[in-house]
Design a protein around this ligand. Structure first.
Ligand SMILES: C[S@@+](CC[C@H](N)C(=O)[O-])C[C@H]1O[C@@H](n2cnc3c(N)ncnc32)[C@H](O)[C@@H]1O
Ligand code: SF4
Length: 371
């Protein structure tokens, strides 16, 4: 399903596209920079906040663009270090954006480093057997403006909690494209959004602070390797042999390991940065020692970092998180081989942080309310 908003979101415009629109209207080129500065640096929430623009120009902007294409429906704070924002788009679609606070010594939680997890689609078509995001299939792609809007909402929220050191800064440290959706299946919009987020006239977030995670769309990984943007890459591997991977990730049929692994290598060679292999551990599905040994060999060959993630249970799905003993035993195989590995203690369990769960719950509540 495609959604065409009545007015395009301003947050989807680049400096070039906005300059072109303003030139056509007879405005000088510097106006575009002024407007974007209001949006990204000064966090203007209404056109009338943009006090150095004439009233007729503000009226034209209001008639031409949606200043903010997403509204906050729910901000859920977990008892641990994760906050979750539920955002509603113009067509009432719901998406999730997560703020993960990484505790640091000597500073309070509010001052800690923040990683933001953003969504790229409403639902997902990839149908991974363990994932809540894909349970109801794909509803639609998010446009670039809707992707960028998630980060502005985080800024609004965090600005209210902790003042920025300088006005031009984003209110977070890192971005992971690991929320709902397969980002490389929405390629043009995610690239445009990250270009805006990265630009000095946008949120100014360095490319090294942005990590995109994919289930493994090989042609798009190769395309991404050619982008000048230079973001980091994470691969959802979750199976170290085709047999295991295929059971839980249908994408493995089109792009089995013999195609995926060379594509990762090609990306590596182009960027010279360590790729991360994500491996969710699910009891008796992929947490066996033989899988750990195969994963060790793959990681060694790719010089990759391995992120082990204990499975977050999803209501209605049969999969289980392994015991701590099994988790540690798996991790030890990699540690013993001196592979760079983290065993992630996943955050936000108590606020349905497994991507897509909060949205599904809210949609169910809505259906019940309207029945
Ligand atoms: C939701 S996906 C979004 C990005 C992309 N579609 C992908 O698969 O890499 C981000 C990560 O969350 C993981 N994930 C999904 N459901 C999970 C669950 N229930 N518990 C732990 N991790 C999960 C995915 O496997 C993936 O590594
Ligand atoms: S893990 Fe990623 S690709 Fe697979 S269904 Fe979930 S969001 Fe989609």
């Amino acid at each position: 399903m495609k959604f065409t908003p009545a007015k395009p979101p301003l947050t989807g415009e680049t400096l070039d596209t906005l300059t072109t629109r303003l030139r056509e209207k007879g405005e000088p080129a510097f106006r575009a920079k002024q407007i974007l500065e209001w949006v990204y640096k000064k966090r203007a929430r209404t056109w009338d906040d943009m006090t150095n623009l004439s009233k007729p120009l503000r009226t034209w902007l209001d008639e031409t663009f949606e200043l903010m294409p997403a509204s906050l429906v729910l901000g859920k704070q977990s008892t641990d270090v994760t906050d979750k924002l539920l955002l509603e788009m113009g067509d009432r679609s719901l998406i999730e954006t997560v703020i993960i606070r990484v505790p640091q010594e000597g500073v309070g939680l509010d001052e800690s480093r923040k990683t933001i997890c953003i969504s790229t689609q409403v639902g997902c078509a990839m149908a991974c057997a363990f994932c809540a995001s894909g349970l109801a299939g794909l509803k639609r792609d998010l446009n670039a403006g809707e992707i960028v809007a998630q980060l502005l909402h985080v800024c609004y929220r965090e600005d209210a909690r902790t003042p920025r050191a300088r006005m031009e800064l984003a209110s977070f440290d890192n971005i992971v494209v690991m929320g709902m959706g397969e980002p490389l299946a929405n390629y043009d919009n995610i690239i445009r959004a990250l270009t805006i987020v990265n630009a000095e006239w946008g949120l100014g977030v360095g490319a090294r602070r942005i990590t995109l995670s994919t289930s493994g769309l090989v042609p798009k990984i190769l395309k991404l390797a050619e982008e000048p943007l230079g973001i980091r890459l994470a691969i959802s591997l979750h199976g170290a042999t085709n047999e295991v991977r295929e059971k839980i990730m249908p994408v493995n049929k089109a792009y089995p390991l013999e195609k995926l692994l060379p594509a990762i290598k090609a990306f590596n060679e182009k960027h010279g940065r360590m790729v991360t292999l994500e491996f969710i551990l699910i009891e008796e599905v992929n947490d066996m020692i033989e899988q750990a040994e195969k994963l060790r060999d793959i990681a060694r060959d790719l010089h990759a970092h391995v992120n082990l993630i204990p499975y977050n249970t999803v209501e209605g799905l049969p999969w289980k998180r392994p015991s701590n003993t099994r988790l540690e035993r798996f991790a030890d195989v990699l540690r013993d081989a001196r592979i760079s590995v983290t065993l992630r203690r996943e955050k936000g369990h108590d606020i349905d942080a497994a991507c897509g769960q909060l949205r599904l719950k809210t949609e169910k509540d809505r259906e019940l309310a309207s029945a």
